[in-house]
Design a protein around this ligand. Sequence first.
Ligand SMILES: Nc1ncnc2c1ncn2[C@@H]1O[C@H](COP(=O)(O)OP(=O)(O)O)[C@@H](O)[C@H]1O
Ligand SMILES: [Mg+2]
Length: 483
Amino acid sequence: MSLLRRTMDNKGGGGGGSDPKKPTAPGGGQPPTDKDAEARRQAEIARRKAEMMKKPGKPGEGKDGTGDLKLRVQQKLLAELDPSMDISKKDEVREQIQVLFNAILAEENMLLSRSERDRLFDAIVADILGFGPLDALMKDESITEVMVNGPKMIFIEQKGHPHLSGVTFDDDSHVMRVIDRIVAPLGRRVDESSPLVDARMPDGSRVHVVIRPIALCGPTVTIRKFSKVPLGVQDLIKFGSMTPEVAQFLQACVIGALNMVVSGGTGSGKTTLLNVLSGFIPNDERIITVENAAELQLQQEHVVSLESRPANLEGRGEISIRDLVIACLRMRPDRIVVGECRSGEALDMLQAMNTGHDGSLTTLHANTPRDALARLEVMCLMSGMELPVRAIKEQVASAIELIVQQSRLRDGSRKILNVTEVQGMEGDMITMTDIFEFEQTGFEKNKIVGRIRPTGIRPKFTDKIEDAGIVLPPTIFGIGRAK
Ligand SMILES: Nc1ncnc2c1ncn2[C@@H]1O[C@H](COP(=O)(O)OP(=O)(O)O)[C@@H](O)[C@H]1O
Ligand SMILES: [Mg+2]
């Protein structure tokens, strides 16, 4: 008779009754504020790194009592648990685990305080039903990113700052089990022959996995958490990322159907800004979005969202962003929104912009508006079409009308640094002019102080905005008042 059955018989099937309390705070605390804290942090990092270098011992040999105990209880539990049970019925499974857990502790004569017991139980349930140590981090809404660099070094981002979290995995294989749990339902596999996987978790969070031998520090997972309520224009104004004037101008540009590019580094807030800009598209227009992993959350009625797909295990069936851009041109779009241009699709996008699909929006990876143009040219070359550089430049100059440069600054804040008009060609150069520019006035209490200001130049495309029935007051551009 199984331990579960025996226990159920003895207790009349009642659950363990202890109401597991919420997971303990996962964060390793706030960023250090003084030298002591910094020294402690360094010592902790050194300790964890040393732990990772150690050869894994047999269960029972380790010094870390709780990790060991957990492994022992978990192994017993898994041996007893009915393998055919339906994991999707979480409450039932959890109840079964609770009964077995209590029985195992009693049988092993393990004396634990209530909080130790609850913690152990939560950790075991998270391993069996969820994403193990990552569960608590995924639930904590103040955490925006989770970065696993091998089993012991798990960093989190809170309020724009990365720091070491308080949670760890037991070892490499523990991380691998959680990785499998994340990617298996998506029909993906991570192993030595395919050590790189990009996927989306059930809650919409994006996850990227790299394992050995490519990642030297052990299984490496990067999770960009999906925020259920995306940041809106008011949030961006409140955070100082833009001013109400910039917001009003950008809204007019979107309604006026200008072709716009959001440029910025990784994690600088491009997708967030693209989402805000797309939100300005009038409700009666048909919007088609093309993304690698669906992140945009548009509120309009008439939206078709397309998501690219990597090749399957046999290397077939890939649908690239480029395929989707081409497909969406046949779907009668009023607006095309491409999550990010990385490669040859840029050329198709530019051609679409130049052939009547005005008001298209995209993002790309570059550090200045000038770099963004250079990046676009390179991406067009990647399309495989043998166009002369001059022709590509002309395509870029006539297609793109506005570049919004987003940046994550060294104080962790994310700001718009330039709003730049692309004007045309002069000789071999594409000419551009800043309409708004960020001006830093100081650095106080580890914060950058400054404001994005109009340059006093009115864009050449003002007519287009006026054609859409919008009249922007000259003061928005810093004309007619002290700047
Ligand atoms: N202006 C902003 N102020 C504060 N946080 C922001 C801002 N824009 C984006 N974020 C946050 O930064 C993270 C990365 O943003 P995202 O738009 O995905 O960046 P990117 O697309 O450039 O990689 C997200 O967690 C997002 O909520
Ligand atoms: Mg993005």
